[in-house]
Design a protein around this ligand. Structure first.
Ligand code: GTP
Ligand code: MG
Length: 242
């Protein structure tokens, strides 16, 4: 048997064929929001399992990936960590929004201006033909800075409801809520739970049409929703604010 493959005998045939290993679906999730809200830290936290010691403003985009298994299926979660600064975004914006499966909007709970910017980020998505059929979530980051909070949960929840998005409040730095237990879901890794929730949502969406990767694409699979797919809107997948 070829490595990683599966050898099968077809009835009536003397030849055996080698099937490729099962394909790994890729979910492309873009993470957007003002500069400094913590997009790089959140995506790094999910992919590397820790808070980065030092970050610099992202230029254009960084990719972070993690392979997860959901209900026995291998899924690659591909996070597109985009630049918040306009001057670093210009050349790449078109690429961010191509074949996106989900959008994560991030604001900083200690920075009201980053919350006020959210309508502009939502508008940018609309302009790139991303409608409500694409799952979207709202993340308020830096909840560990309890003494500096400028955006309360109530106002954030109202905004999330108005835009049919689940709200998560978390901290890339202290994702377990250690210290005060007021956020973060006990002992579980909250940042992990956020991205896994999105992946579960994407996996449950039906129908998903797998298209063959172009020759030489290195096995990348494009997913597109069928005509009737994803029509339930974000609200139907529940609010997980915490
Ligand atoms: N206290 C605290 N600081 C955080 C948290 N997340 C990020 N930071 C800090 O916020 C600053 C900006 O974080 P980044 O992740 O680089 O921000 P960004 O959104 O990627 O910024 P751009 O790349 O410019 O768009 C860094 O100094 C981080 O250490 C958090 O949850 N808590
Ligand atoms: Mg960044």
């Amino acid at each position: 048997m070829a490595e990683g493959g599966l050898s099968v005998e077809f009835p009536g045939s003397l030849k055996s064929s080698t099937l490729p290993p099962p394909r790994t679906r890729i979910f492309k999730i873009i993470v957007i929001g003002d500069s400094g809200v913590g997009k790089t830290c959140l995506t790094y936290r999910f992919s590397a399992g820790k808070f980065p010691e030092k970050t610099e403003a992202t230029i254009a985009v960084d990719f972070r990936e993690r392979l997860v298994e959901i209900d026995g299926e291998n899924i690659k979660i591909q996070l597109w960590d985009t630049a918040g600064q306009e001057r670093f975004r210009k050349s790449m914006v078109q690429h961010y929004y191509r074949n996106v499966h989900a959008v994560v909007f991030v604001y900083d709970v200690t920075n009201a201006a980053s919350f006020r910017s959210l309508p502009a980020w939502i508008e940018e998505c609309k302009q790139h033909a991303l409608g409500t059929e694409v799952p979207r979530i709202l993340v308020g980051n830096k909840c560990d800075l309890q003494d500096s909070i400028q955006v309360g949960t109530d106002v954030a929840q109202q905004f999330a409801d108005a835009h049919s998005m689940p709200l998560f409040e978390t901290s890339a730095k202290n994702p377990n809520g250690q210290g005060d237990g007021s956020f973060g879901g006990g002992n579980s890794d909250h940042v992990e739970a956020i991205f896994m929730t999105v992946a579960h949502k994407l996996k449950s969406q039906k129908p998903l049409v797998l298209s063959q990767p172009p020759v030489g694409s290195g096995g990348t699979i494009n997913l597109s929703r069928g005509m009737n797919g994803g029509g339930d809107g974000a609200r139907s997948w529940g609010c997980s604010s915490c």
